[in-house]
Design a protein around this ligand. Sequence first.
Ligand code: NAD
Length: 168
Amino acid sequence: MGRFQPPHYGHFEVIRWILDNGFVDELIIVIGSAQESHTLKDPFTAGERFEMLMLGLKELNISYDRIIIVPVQDIAMNHVWVRYLEMLLPRFEVVFSRNPLVVRLFKEYGYKVVEPPPFSRSEYSATRIRELMLRGDDAWRMYVPRSIAEFIDKIKGVERLRVLSTRD
Ligand code: NAD
């Protein structure tokens, strides 16, 4: 479960860790907040995030024959969010997240929740990547696979973010 704004090495480390440690037969990657785009917190559309995830998996040689990617819109009621996901997704048994709200909601419904270890969490952080982009600091490129950086260049993602931070 994630927003992937944008997908970075931390996300791919988590995906690899889940697949390599035999936790699951198949992994569902849920692109949350699928309705969001063109904001400072959520600059990229669900479709763009989907493409970036695929590019990163390919570049990092993470086999996606056991991976399903599903974009899901948010709903206003946290309490019934888990039931809503049960309706939209293939059945699942284990949930992977470090997000306290996500962990809490799934635990309340009795799901097994595994919190992956932090992978260079202060550097591999989408918030930090977006901050670097806003500052015009090219260092953000170090934290995403090259194909994702090229994709962001192609869609003028940094320009989009910087325009969103301006006022009339
Ligand atoms: P995110 O992209 O910030 O992170 C995805 C996951 O990767 C998180 O578990 C995060 O802890 C982990 N992660 C990121 N970097 C890492 C690193 N370096 N090392 C280890 N782990 C790392 O996404 P998020 O904000 O956690 O996504 C949660 C989604 O769930 C959001 O879209 C949110 O809107 C949605 N949600 C919706 C509702 C609702 O609709 N009512 C309720 C709860 C959550």
